[in-house]
Design a protein around this ligand. Structure first.
Ligand SMILES: [Zn+2]
Length: 373
């Protein structure tokens, strides 16, 4: 293996040196490709094995959930993966509480899709509506802090809400619409790795830029997460690991069976997500997340490298949509376009430039290793 010096792109996938930690072997194949093979060998099961594991999991969940209103919990964004997961739960005969986080940025169609899905399947929906003004100010604080992962706030709130609700109803299983194989490639530097349970980092950025206490935003510290995980035994399961997950087929199924309607673009269910991935990330941080997504499709055999390169040659966002979002997003955040551009020009900072819980986290993880090894 050699480390990169100049611009280089992997000869197998389309990951390149915009990931500062990427490295290549002598054939020019990147570490992500090698790591993918490793993840696949751990989490990709043969159809028979997957069915056996899934049947055993479902039997345990049903057994544990006897006499309860719900035996599992799942989050739904209105996108393909989470919608398909809800559909699967029905097929498996489970009784989930379906949870949705309303952060104020959902497209109208996403709201319609979610309502439609739960009504058709006869499931209960719990929608956690964030205090918009507080959340807006928190997002502004993240923008002013100039940190990379603006979406950390939403991801944190979703995870915290799922654990809170699971705890409230005595549910032991969070069945997520995720798949560790088809989402395997995502560089550590392209997100904040501890975002789902580092409340210290959120508080630090809030204190530095927003300067008032957090009142309503769902926070989950690493200790609280450890309590849910170790004491309350709440497990997080990547449900789509257990089925042959092909996105195109899943989409067809939810369209036919649930009346789900397409948004016309990846992440178009949330305006802030599409704007973040289509404008803020590439412009300010030089990151085109499509590379990771397309690379995963290549290595999992769903797309050729040529098709991926063709896709990458297209603009990240359609001109008309971008123009619309450039007007809408600053306005919704309560700042002028000029102020937004000033923020875009601030030099990027790392999440670790602000206080984090890393010392405590490492201490607890080491202790856990020593006790439970
Ligand atoms: Zn590669």
């Amino acid at each position: 293996m050699t480390t990169k010096k100049n611009y280089q792109v992997c000869t197998r996938c389309v990951m390149d040196t915009t990931d500062p930690d990427i490295f290549f072997d002598k054939e020019g194949i990147c570490n992500h490709c090698h790591e993918f093979e490793q993840t696949k060998s751990q989490h990709h099961f043969s159809p028979e094995e997957a069915k056996r594991k899934l049947d055993a999991l479902v039997a345990t969940i049903k057994n544990d959930g006897q006499g309860k209103s719900y035996d599992c919990i799942t989050g739904v964004s209105g996108g393909v993966d989470s919608t398909y997961a809800v559909y699967l739960l029905k097929q498996l005969g489970l009784k989930p509480l379906v949870v949705h986080l309303d952060n104020g940025w959902n497209s109208e169609l996403a709201v319609k899709n979610i309502e439609n899905i739960v009504t058709r399947l006869g499931f209960d929906l719990y929608t956690r509506v964030l205090n918009w003004n507080e959340f807006r100010e928190l997002q502004l604080a993240y923008l002013e802090a100039s940190v990379l992962d603006l979406e950390a706030l939403t991801d944190h709130a979703i995870s915290a809400t799922l654990f809170e609700q699971a705890n409230k109803y005595g549910i032991k299983y969070i069945l997520a619409g995720t798949n560790r194989v088809t989402e395997a490639i995502l560089p550590l530097n392209w997100r904040y790795a501890n975002k789902t349970n580092d409340a210290v980092n959120i508080r630090a950025i809030n204190k530095a830029f927003r300067k008032k206490p957090i009142k309503d935003f769902p926070l989950m510290s690493f200790q609280k997460h450890a309590y849910y995980w170790k004491v309350k035994k709440i497990q997080w399961v990547s449900l789509l690991d257990y089925v042959h997950y092909d996105k195109a087929t899943a989409k067809k199924i939810i369209e036919t069976e649930l009346g789900w309607r397409d948004y016309g673009g990846k992440h178009y269910e949330s305006i802030i997500t599409r704007f973040y991935q289509g404008y803020i990330l590439p412009r300010k941080f030089g990151i085109d997340k499509r590379r990771a997504h397309l690379s995963t499709l290549i290595v999992s055999g769903q797309l050729t490298r040529e098709q991926a390169l063709e896709e990458l040659a297209k603009p990240i966002m359609e001109e008309a949509v971008l123009k619309q979002d450039l007007e809408f997003v600053p306005k919704k955040l309560g700042i002028s376009k000029d102020d937004f551009e000033t923020i875009m020009q601030l030099p990027p900072k790392g999440h670790y430039d602000y206080k984090t819980d890393i010392k405590l986290r490492n201490f607890i993880l080491n202790l856990n290793r020593k006790i439970f090894k």
